[in-house]
Write a protein that binds this ligand. Structure first.
Ligand SMILES: Nc1ncnc2c1ncn2[C@@H]1O[C@H](COP(=O)(O)OP(=O)(O)OP(=O)(O)O)[C@@H](O)[C@H]1O
Ligand SMILES: [Mg+2]
Length: 250
């Protein structure tokens, strides 16, 4: 339903290859996890999907329609949403306004509270807070995830939802992703390094050096990872960058 065809992205004077001939076809209703080393091009690919970056080469098709030249607003209207790795703050706007806008004005108080609870925030404490510098990094991140969940999206891309979120809330968040996947038709793409998120994947996409290196099942991914860990005893994280720390509370 979302098709990337030979996508390349170069930036800067030295024409650095950020993405290099990436092709991938996202199916309806599946949950994909994109993982891989830092700087591999994961966020750049998400920004290409959302229309924040324009590809230097290639084509993007959404439900058969060529959306390569669609801007962010047009893609949002088609039902594509993206939760940033580092979400923006909106001074003067309250959490309830943001959730209402995101839901297309349909969310009532009860629904907004449920959305905040899904990301582990006590709704009473947060609904009238401003989305400004007074929110902590983790609170801001969770509120942004709630705004994406408020929308009835066809494709939802979450960029490292774990970033800045404490382990306890993260466990709840992972359950929320699982519930959305089970109950909604949304195609979910989560960029993540966390085992708990990788465990939700229908397909794991490994990106490195601006390329899709591997598309595999979570079972094969973890088996490969274990083999690589055994092969490499240098102590550095030179495999796929997966963080297993979250399992400490499991
Ligand atoms: N606008 C830009 N200008 C110059 N370089 C960029 C730009 N955007 C991304 N890059 C570079 O492209 C590479 C890929 O970046 P990207 O943010 O996509 O990586 P990532 O896989 O999301 O990494 P991480 O796991 O650290 O979030 C990096 O080397 C980054 O510095
Ligand atoms: Mg990134």
């Amino acid at each position: 339903m979302l098709e990337l065809k030979n996508i390349s992205l170069n930036v800067g004077k030295d024409s650095k290859d950020i993405l290099n001939d990436v092709s991938f076809d996202f199916d309806s209703r599946k949950l994909y996890v994109i993982t891989g080393p830092n700087g591999g091009g994961k966020s750049s690919l998400a920004k290409i999907i959302m229309g924040i970056y324009e590809p230097t080469q290639g084509q993007i098709l959404f439900e058969g329609e060529d959306i390569t030249n669609h801007d962010i607003t047009q893609r949002a209207k088609l039902g594509i949403g993206y939760a940033f790795q580092q979400p923006p703050r909106f001074k003067g706007i309250k959490v309830r306004d943001l959730l209402k806008m995101a839901s297309g004005e349909t969310a009532d108080y009860k629904h907004m509270c449920a959305l905040l609870q899904d990301v582990g925030l006590c709704s009473q404490d947060y609904i009238d807070r401003e989305v400004d510098d007074s929110l902590s990094g983790g609170e801001l991140k969770r509120i942004e995830i709630a705004t994406i969940m408020a929308r009835d999206l066809k494709v939802a891309v979450f960029d490292e939802p774990e970033a800045g979120i404490d382990l306890w809330s993260f466990q709840k968040l992972a359950e929320t992703f699982k519930n959305i996947h089970e109950k909604h038709d949304t195609t979910i793409v989560i960029i993540s390094h966390q085992e708990r998120i990788l465990n939700l994947a229908d397909e794991v996409i490994v990106m490195a050096d601006g390329k899709v290196k591997e598309v595999t099942s979570k079972e094969n991914f973890f088996a490969d990872l274990e083999r690589e860990e055994l092969d490499c005893m240098c102590g550095l994280d030179c495999s796929k960058g997966v963080d297993k720390n979250v399992e400490l509370i499991g």
